[in-house]
Design a protein around this ligand. Structure first.
Ligand code: SF4
Length: 180
């Protein structure tokens, strides 16, 4: 999903449902790599429009939108997505980050050519992901719940208005190369 096609979420979801699809999910283009270079990422208004369109679909087809029903349920239980717990990612130059889409500037755990960063990997396993206890009243829940990387993106965008960022990430800044 980009700024250019966010208005098509509702019509796309409705079209696919009518074609017999049982679950619908969308993924916002994050501002890394080519999306960043080509200006194809979302902004805060895009996210709010995304939420509006997804809710419109959910009102007509309950349990069809995967992001609302399953991710929120997982996040309510405080379950982690697996980044830094089930898997880690090692880049070609040896940098370690919790997941493939994480920006190394946001989540730098160490470099295996210096030393395997076991301590930082253990620390990230203990961090709370964006979940209901921090994000309950936030307007970006559909975007961030259960995902370190998306939470960090929004924390960078909205600063101290992000309760998860303030309570979880600010106190763990030794894990992070660059903070807001
Ligand atoms: S912006 Fe922060 S508080 Fe809001 S949903 Fe995302 S992580 Fe949670």
């Amino acid at each position: 999903m980009t700024e250019e096609n966010v208005n098509e979420i509702y019509t796309t979801g409705k079209f696919l449902k009518e074609k017999g699809i049982n679950k619908f999910n969308i993924s916002p283009s994050l501002n890394f790599g080519r999306a960043e270079i080509n200006n194809l990422s979302y902004n805060n208004e895009t996210l709010l429009e995304m939420q509006k369109q997804l809710r419109k679909i959910e009102n007509i087809y309950p349990n069809y939108v995967k992001i609302d029903s399953e991710l929120i349920d997982k996040a309510k239980k405080g379950q982690k997505c697996g980044a830094g717990t089930d898997t880690i990612t090692i880049t070609p130059n040896g940098d370690v980050k919790p997941c493939p889409i994480a920006n190394i500037d946001d989540f730098y755990l160490g470099n295996i050519f210096n030393e395997m960063p076991y301590d930082n990997i253990s620390k990230i396993r203990e961090l709370d992901i964006p979940q209901e206890k921090y994000c309950k009243n936030c307007e970006y829940t559909n975007f961030c719940l259960n995902c370190f990387v998306r939470g960090m993106k929004q924390y960078t965008n909205i600063g101290d208005k992000c309760k998860w960022g303030v309570e979880v990430m600010q106190s763990n800044d030794q894990l992070i190369k660059k903070l807001v």
